[in-house]
Write a protein that binds this ligand. Structure first.
Ligand SMILES: *Cc1c(COP(=O)(O)O)cnc(C)c1O
Length: 383
């Protein structure tokens, strides 16, 4: 018997189709919302929102995207070999506890880092002192997000320190909106006012080599005054509005479609319970198909007995509990369900019964979480 040794845990049978043209069109459509010289930062954190960071970066690296934003230095390391044209922005703030070699790596590779404390700057300054490298820093100004920005008064001090330090460069000043995706934009405009105040007081507008940025996807689409020198788009690049929008100002097309094959077909008599906990009982002679996918792959357990899938053009129901790596669908009404036939699990269509918005509704979450849950071991197939 031949023994197979598999190097990776990638599952070829679970297929996330990644449509390059949709991704490129979304970026193009977002860019034309902004003045022509506005830089575009593609946010590829969280495995590119579940789409596959290597695949997405490979598609976008040949375009006029200016920056890739990642969550951590680990993601920066992962994509650095693939990227030569774009700059990499690491969103996790530099901390005074960071391993020294991380800071050196960032400086050597000219990665852009976020900073939001004077302690972190002291640490960086000491570490790089006497070196020929300069670390590119973006100051995250607190204007209302209440997460990891630095209060404006402190931020002004921090900027002066960065300017004085021979080993640091003020590459950016930015803020982040808490509510740009909401219908009521009054709080977002208050944040924008606070940011503009800060920029004015510190004479940062038009400063050479310092990129001012604020807008996430929702602000890029809805708050043109927030574009400044660069926009940072994540969810919209992948084809989604932060939440479903009526008459959106920009056309976005979903980039990913998730499919898996039928691996078994069985008949159950009426009155037979299905899967763990017996949460579903057949009411008729039922043909059920087994799909080798479950919550360990990113398909939520709470979809049991609620979610739909597509078999060709037919809508089918998920029946019984979703297991760790398996689930069942009811294919009684399908003419000839066959082993190997591909089932669409997450559709690349906003209105689809198994589209991301529909699934997010079922899970009482946002489209971001449905997408980022698609496990890294799912095979990404780029078209
Ligand atoms: C994740 C993130 C974004 C992207 O947000 P989207 O709503 O997905 O466009 C932008 N800026 C920062 C700082 C982020 O953390």
């Amino acid at each position: 018997m031949k023994i197979y040794r598999q190097q990776s845990l990638i599952r070829p049978d679970l297929q996330a189709h990644i449509y390059s043209q949709a991704l490129l069109n979304n970026v193009h459509n977002l860019k034309i919302l902004c003045p022509a010289d506005t830089k575009f930062c593609g946010v590829v954190k969280a495995n590119a929102y579940g789409h596959g960071i290597s695949e997405v970066v490979n598609i976008l690296k040949k375009t006029d995207v200016d920056f890739f934003a990642v969550a951590s230095i680990y993601e920066a390391i992962h994509i650095s070999q693939m990227v030569d044209k774009q700059s990499i922005l690491i969103l996790e703030p530099v901390s005074a506890n960071a391993p020294p070699d991380h800071i050196l790596l960032c400086a050597k590779n000219r990665w852009h880092c976020v900073i939001s404390s004077t302690e972190a700057l002291d640490f960086v300054a000491k570490l790089l002192s006497g070196q020929k490298h300069k670390l590119n820093l973006h100051v995250n100004v607190e204007t209302g997000m209440g997460r990891c920005g630095i209060e404006p008064a402190q931020a002004a001090i921090l900027i002066a320190q960065i300017d004085r330090c021979p080993n640091t460069n003020l590459a950016g000043v930015y803020t982040h909106f808490a509510t740009a995706d909401e219908q009521d934009l009054s709080y977002a405009y208050r944040q924008l006012d606070a940011f503009n105040d800060f920029l004015r007081k510190n004479r940062l507008v038009g400063r050479k080599d310092t990129i001012i940025h604020a807008a996430n996807s929702a602000a890029t689409i809805k708050i043109p005054e927030s574009h400044f020198d660069m926009v940072r788009c994540g969810i919209s690049m992948y084809g989604y509005y932060s939440r479903p929008m009526n008459n959106p100002a920009v056309k976005l097309t979903p980039v990913m479609k998730l499919q898996a094959p039928i691996v078994g077909v069985k008949t159950l008599p009426a009155g037979h319970s299905v899967s763990y906990g017996r949460s579903f009982t057949t009411t008729r002679n039922t043909t059920a198909a087994i799909i080798p996918l479950g919550y360990a792959d990113g398909y939520w357990r709470c979809f049991a007995n609620k979610a739909k899938m597509l078999l060709g053009n037919n809508v089918v129901n998920v029946i019984g509990r979703v297991s760790m790596d398996q689930l069942l669908i009811d294919v009684t009404d399908i003419e000839e369900p066959t082993i190997g036939q591909m089932v669409t699990i997450i559709d690349n269509n906003h209105e689809s019964p198994c589209g991301v918005y529909a699934l997010a509704d079922l899970a009482e979450t946002i489209c971001y979480e449905i997408l980022t849950c698609v496990h890294a071991h799912v095979n990404r197939i780029v078209h």
